[in-house]
Design a protein around this ligand. Structure first.
Ligand code: NDP
Length: 514
């Protein structure tokens, strides 16, 4: 492991931010939890305490929902002119960029990822989502619709639709991209449509989103519009998803938790819901691929963000003729990845986010060995301090094995061979998930055939892990409901209202009904 501290002008600001205990953002103010309880957030590279965080519970979620409801009903945000709302969201995107070094540093300290990566990926992509969604604000428009003469025979109508915000949205988010998912993927679309928000971020990584909360107030987001309540899923998260006065839940996390949230939604007030869930994404190398590009590309497809990507290419399928060369190439690549603290300039892969995650990943590695798979490289914990696990490559795996069927969410790859397209499609689609996928080929026809055949929300061709604000992202099958990012995300945070205006002045009862 390496140990050269990354020079960072904003380290001082991050240190200053960490010098005080962090509070909940409710109704425009940072406040203690009603219970007075706190929890500790730690640096996963050193296991040292970073700071104390107020622990939001049921009462705090209730306070935050009340604030969000009042802000929504008051119209301080939803009734603001679209141009005003657009300017504030755009300004918030600018402020994220102006504070990018500090946000990246906080992300690295809390999550473990390299600050250098957060600085060029997580933070600017978050800002871009605010800039992009600010553009949608002024398109919140309906249409005029011609009405059939069968609706009410002989009557004349002017009929139109309106798109309106849904109301109070509860967001529940994970720890792998703490700022990007909570603020960028979820909140930007939600706010652009005029909703108010109560966010429960993962308790493992609350820092960057709390700093974002300060920036939101600075940008001019009115009080009560954004409320941030770090806390635990079992109490704060459960209360938010079952709260009777929340109109929609936007959830990103595991399929297991998503299923529980769906039950809570059904048993409470049938609020709307978007689910972004887990994945076990196939990445494919055809024998006509440019291997100089495909081998490092597929390796980064799994090892980027330490394998803690929802669409990580964790199942690699390689055509028979090139199988041995690819296994050797990916294993060599994995051996060269430099592990270390995310605050170290030389680090390519940081620690996993927590002890829990380390145990989970090591458990999957053991299960692969127990079921007869073989490791070509990696497989071990590294060092005594911090949650470091080696990039690990398995061969001799099959679709019955637990480590091939289930999401590991760590730097662990299985490589299997396939013979032809039919064999490939059967293997690639043999999963309950359908989030991401990749194909490496120089044959245009094969590229499009595979793109069409794979049952997944995203297909990367000769690339992997590309995320654009304007492109929808979400899952087929048990990887989710609905889409984040792009026009679809914006529309998912709106309701459509149909308005009929009768123009001919006759108002007898009609039995034409729907
Ligand atoms: P979890 O599902 O464990 O947690 C996600 C969030 O849900 C956390 O804030 C958690 O709180 C909260 N939560 C836990 N239990 C409940 C509950 N009963 N009611 C309400 N909320 C609850 O996921 P992880 O945080 O471990 O993140 C990893 C998972 O997220 C992976 O499966 C990954 O695939 C998925 N993911 C999916 C993405 C996508 O776009 N499809 C993107 C990123 C991640 P807390 O942990 O604080 O207690």
């Amino acid at each position: 492991m390496t140990n050269t501290l990354l020079p960072n002008a904003q380290y001082g600001s991050a240190a200053q931010f960490l010098s005080t205990p962090k509070k909940l953002l409710i109704n425009g103010e940072f406040v203690d939890a009603a219970s007075g309880q706190t929890f500790v957030t730690i640096n996963p590279a050193t296991e040292e305490k970073l700071t104390d965080i107020a622990r939001g519970g049921v009462e705090d979620i209730d306070r935050a929902v009340t604030a969000a409801r009042q802000a929504f009903e008051h119209g301080s945000w939803s009734s603001m002119t679209p141009s005003q709302r657009q300017r504030i969201l755009y300004r918030l995107g600018d402020l994220i960029l102006e504070n990018a070094d500090e946000l990246a540093w906080l992300e690295s300290l809390d999550n473990g990822k390299p600050a250098s990566v957060a600085r060029v990926a997580d933070v600017p992509l978050t800002a871009d989502l605010f800039h992009y969604m600010a553009g949608w604000v002024r398109t919140l428009e309906g249409s005029v619709v011609p009405v059939s003469d069968l609706a009410v025979p002989g009557a004349e109508f002017h009929a139109y639709t309106l798109r309106e915000p849904i109301g109070v949205v509860g967001l529940i988010t994970p720890w792998n991209y703490p700022l990007l998912i909570a603020a960028g993927w979820q909140m930007a679309a939600c706010l652009a449509a005029g909703n108010t928000v109560v966010l429960k971020p993962s308790e493992v990584t609350p820092l960057s989103i709390l700093r974002f909360g300060e920036l939101a107030l600075e940008a001019g987001i009115p009080e009560g519009v954004i409320n941030i309540v770090p806390g635990f899923g079992t109490d704060a998260g459960a209360r938010l998803s079952s709260h009777p006065d929340v109109d929609k839940i936007g959830f990103t996390g595991s399929t297991r938790t998503g299923r529980g949230i769906l039950k809570a939604v059904a048993d409470s007030n049938l609020k709307k819901i978007t689910l972004e869930l887990g994945g076990k994404s196939p990445d494919i190398i055809m024998d006509d691929a440019d291997l100089d590009v495909a081998i490092p590309g597929a390796a980064e497809g799994i090892f980027f963000n330490h394998g803690q990507c929802c669409c990580a290419g964790s199942r690699l399928y390689v055509q028979e003729k090139i199988y041995d060369r690819v296994v050797a190439g990916i294993s060599d690549y994995a051996k060269t990845i430099r592990l270390g603290s995310g605050q170290d300039a030389n680090t390519q892969m940081g620690p996993l986010v927590s002890k829990n995650q380390e145990n989970t990943v090591l458990g999957y590695i053991q299960s692969g060995l127990d079921e007869g798979a073989e490791i070509t490289t990696g497989g071990h914990k590294v060092g005594d301090k911090g949650f470091f696990v080696e990039p690990t490559v398995f061969v001799n795996t099959n679709s019955q094995m637990k480590m091939v069927r289930e999401e590991i969410f760590g730097p662990v790859l299985s490589i299997e061979r396939f013979s032809d397209l039919e064999d490939l499609v059967q293997k690639a689609n043999n999963t309950e998930f359908g989030l991401g996928s990749g194909v490496w080929t120089t044959d245009l026809s094969n590229a499009h055939k595979v793109a069409k055949a794979i049952r997944a929300g995203t297909v990367f061709i000769n690339c992997y892990n590309v995320f654009d604000a304007a492109m929808p992202f979400g899952g087929y099958k048990q990887s989710g409901w609905g889409r984040n990012r792009g026009k679809e995300a914006f529309e998912a945070y709106t309701e459509t209202k149909a308005v009929y205006v009768r123009l001919d002045g006759i108002h007898h009862t009609s039995f034409a009904c729907g």
